[in-house]
Design a protein around this ligand. Structure first.
Ligand code: MF3
Ligand code: CO
Length: 248
C-alpha cells in the first residue's frame, strides 16, 4: 500500500534524514587510506545514537552493522569489517539509515579516496547527476516509469548501465515501503505520484554490465564483470510543483 504522509510525519522524516546527511558528511571528512570500513561504521553508529536516533540497518533482517560500505566493484550492502582497509584510488559507497521518533531517513554517497581514475570520477559524477535528472521532472502526477526513464537514459547516454536487480523504495515508518522505485522504466507507465508521498531514489550505476552477483556472505552485491559501481541516494517528498530532498 502506498501512503501519503502528513506535514508532521514529513517533519520527523526531515530530522531523520538530516541525521543521515550529517553522518555521511562526517564520513566524507574522515575517510582516509589505511582506515578500516569497521572504523567508519563505528563513527556512524556513534553519531546516529548521539543524536538520539537509531541506526536503522543494524539488525535489519540480521544485517550486522550501521552502514553499508561498498568498495569499487561492490555495488551495495558491503558489510563493514576490521579486516577491510580503505586504499588510495578506490571509490567507496556509503549507505546509511536512521530512525528518529519512528520515522526513517535513508541516503547514500560514493566517495573518492585520494586520486582516482578518470573513469571512476566520471562514474561518481554520472551516478549523482542521474538522481538530479530524475528530480528535474518530478512533481505530483509524474509516473514512476517517467522517473526511471529519466535516470536510465542519462546514465546510458554517458556509456554506463543501471542496475536492474535492486531498486529504490517508498519510505516512512518502515525503511522499505511501497512502491518500488526502479532506476529504469518506460515513459507513461507505472504509478502516478501524489503530493506528500515519500520515496528513496537510489541509482546504482555500473561502468560495465548491469548484471550483478551476490557474494557468499549473503549481503554484498558485486558487478558480474568486476568493473566499478557507484551509488547515490536521497529520500524525497513529492510536492505539488516538485520535490523536497529531505537528505540534502
Ligand atoms: N539502504 C538500503 C536501501 O537503500 C538498505 C540497506 S539494507 C540493510 O534500501 F540491511 F543494510 F539495512
Ligand atoms: Co534505500
Amino acid at each position: 500500500m502506498v501512503t501519503v504522509k502528513t506535514a508532521e510525519e514529513i517533519g520527523l522524516m526531515r530530522k531523520a534524514n538530516q541525521i543521515v546527511r550529517d553522518s555521511l558528511s562526517l564520513i566524507e571528512e574522515k575517510i582516509k587510506p589505511g582506515m578500516t570500513t569497521k572504523q567508519l561504521d563505528k563513527m556512524v553508529y556513534d553519531y546516529i545514537t548521539g543524536c538520539g536516533a537509531k541506526p536503522s540497518f543494524l539488525g535489519y533482517e540480521g544485517y550486522p552493522a550501521s552502514a553499508c560500505i561498498s568498495i569499487d566493484e561492490e555495488v551495495v550492502h558491503g558489510i563493514p569489517s576490521a579486516k577491510r582497509y580503505i586504499e588510495e584510488g578506490q571509490i567507496v559507497s556509503v549507505d546509511i539509515g536512521s530512525i528518529f521518533k519512528g520515522y526513517n531517513g535513508d541516503a547514500a554517497r560514493t566517495f573518492a579516496v585520494g586520486k582516482i581514475s578518470d573513469e571512476k570520477q566520471k562514474l561518481i559524477d554520472v551516478t549523482r547527476q542521474s538522481f538530479f535528472e530524475g528530480v528535474k521532472i518530478l512533481r505530483e502526477g509524474v509516473r514512476l516509469g517517467d522517473l526511471g526513464h529519466a535516470i536510465q537514459s542519462y546514465v546510458e547516454e554517458n556509456g554506463f548501465s543501471v542496475v536492474r536487480a535492486l531498486v529504490g523504495h517508498g519510505i516512512g515508518t518502515d525503511m522499505h515501503e511501497d512502491p518500488e522505485v526502479p532506476n529504469y522504466g518506460r515513459p507513461g507507465h507505472g504509478l502516478r505520484l501524489k503530493a506528500n508521498m515519500t520515496i528513496a531514489i537510489e541509482p546504482m550505476v555500473n561502468a560495465g554490465t548491469y548484471d550483478v552477483l551476490m557474494l557468499d556472505d549473503g549481503w554484498t552485491v558485486v558487478t558480474a564483470d568486476g568493473k566499478p559501481s557507484a551509488h547515490y541516494e536521497n529520500t524525497v517528498a513529492i510536492t505539488e510543483d516538485g520535490v523536497e530532498i529531505l537528505s540534502l
